[in-house]
Write a protein that binds this ligand. Sequence first.
Ligand code: ATP
Ligand code: LTN
Length: 357
Amino acid sequence: MSFTMGHRRTNMILDFRANHCYVDGMKNNQAKKGTVLSGSTTSGDLTLGNYIGAVSQWTKMTEDYDAYFMVANLHSLTDHQDPKELRERTLSFYAQYIALGLDPAKCALFVQSMVPEHAELNWVLTNITPIGQLERMTQFKDKSENKKQINAGLLMYPVLMAADILLYRADFVPVGQDQKQHIELCRDMVKYFNNRFGDVFKEPAPLIAPKGAKIMSLADPTKKMSKSDPDKNGMISILDDPKVLEKKLKRAVTDSGTVVKYDENSAGIANLMTIYSVLTGKSYAEIEKDFEGKMYGHLKVGLAEVVIETLKPVQAKHRELMANRDHLASLMKQGAEAARAKASETLRLVYDHAGIL
Ligand code: ATP
Ligand code: LTN
């Protein structure tokens, strides 16, 4: 498996076993193979949070599941996007997935817009979804708050997400806690569709990352680290320059304490220790021992070194991929073809049931 980070530094194996892994738990409970699908919106470059909470987990799934992972570029249109930047970011995003360890030979790794069936199924599903239910979605309420003009795309966002999932008739959808409500809506949509047109879909199950896998903003540790956060100081972008990383980590917001000790009530230091623990495989007790008699500043410097070293091979791989656009384009084409094979079959079934020629 091309799990770049783990290979290059044996002392820095990304180990999610103890608190961080939900994939292993799933395997123990049900050995049966199934289909998984997930994605991430191209609203910014991937963050360390996306890596820890999503991409690293997806990478593990490619071993045992029929896996589909996508660059959700259509979803990013709900926010204003500069077309030139979006085009470039979509390519870069795809390369970031690979650089972080997702192997296109082991899963269908594709760009959402390159599989037109997503937009087609989206339209069919739009017609079985009650508007009231969409208006009650927490994400819609949050994102439309204080907006003068709300576009219909923001309201329809979960419908397109359901199309993404149902096209591949996914059994499992690994997502963060914030997306759970969207998966529940997708499950309802399966019922609405099957009742109206006959049994085509099965209800997908969400796989929710455990608490430990949620990385918080460096600028406001009570908030999730997000790639679309306008405050760039809060996020560790996986493409950040080492100097920028060092600066961001040194400035990370913590409380006024000094002793390096894990305490959930001390959100800033707990977040830094979580990142340190995930990236080095060390327990909180080991980290506390390493930094005994030292101050928060030492932990920040130590963590900057760990993050920089971890991201070095990822950034090198990303540069290499971006330097060969033809190769990248051919991987994207193959990924889209693999995805379309299943997506077109599902869409045909849907159209047959719905009486669409
Ligand atoms: P946006 O800012 O556009 O909402 P995001 O960075 O919050 O983006 P998403 O694209 O919404 O990320 O999520 C992609 C995946 O990454 C999801 O499965 C989500 O749970 C996971 N993820 C996002 N942020 C974090 C984080 N800070 N910690 C752990 N997992 C995260
Ligand atoms: N909305 C998701 C990204 C996403 C997704 C999906 C996740 C788009 N389509 C289908 C799972 C399944 C998010 O994490 N922000």
